[in-house]
Design a protein around this ligand. Sequence first.
Ligand code: CP
Length: 338
Amino acid sequence: MSQFKGQHILSVDQFNRDNIQQVFQVADKMRPYAHRQKRTKVLDGAILGNLFFEASTRTRVSFGTAFNLLGGEVRETAGMATSALSKGESLFDTARVLSSYSDIVAMRHPDAGSVAEFAEGSRVPVINGGDGPNEHPTQALLDLYTISKELQFHGDSIEGMHIAMIGDLKHGRTVHSLSKLLSLYKNIRFTLISPQELAMPQYIMDEIENAGHSLRITDQLEGSVDADICYQTRVQEERFTSKDEANKYRGKFRLNQDIYTRHFQSKTVIMHPLPRDSRADANELDNDLNLNPNLAIFRQVDNGVLIRMALFALTLGVENIVEKYDCEVQWYSNKQNI
Ligand code: CP
């Protein structure tokens, strides 16, 4: 039996290399369903409570899509204003109520620790879709899965790789969670590129160093030319005390084709958790990279569905019987050729 069955997924601290491998193996099996080559009804009758109290496009919709692809139904709450949390209801009470309507819950909330607090009141497994600046474990898993696939394509592996993380490393929960997961592997070279005020939190840098990895901290792009992965981030405007404060850093680390060519090797994979801020004064990842074959941002998005399907299958204990409930796809889908 999987160790994930019936468990909450709240933090990347719950993962080790063995159970990450298990998630990735199940994710690989989900590809034909995501590509509409076949479908499954393994979760027919199950209900996902998809509770997003903070803005989201990818995470919210891909959790719902992943559940639907496994044959389940989705009930959604989007935004704080339409929830009784805005009337002062506690996270505990909200969890008791909503977990009685659902078989599993995916949740995002602006406060660090809020999803764990919710999980204490929940009678069903809860998956963290991002809790403030703290963690985004499913994003970290899909990022790691993407890194492993991209490096495999280039004949490389995670062990010994060099990753350059760029931008708002202080507030970016995706880089926090990804750094912790990468620290489970051997001999990773981290280059952390940010203004000093937006540096990676010290406790995460300590974890990286204590695990024996090499760490270079800088506010310049220079010196990362042999990076295997360039992981760009957005200035997390919503985590600053004011827009003026965030504006000090907007547009500070832009990446476009010309900058990429000058600072990275021709096979460096470009990643970003998205959304990228495409407004002219930010534009941290320019559209002129869209045709660069090393731009992996939309492959990250595709992989997000596979990883979230795998986590649902594992937490609900159906990972070995998905194919037993296969049925045919009746409609035309150009995804079948992907
Ligand atoms: N990557 C990510 O979390 O995107 P959303 O904010 O759109 O969910």
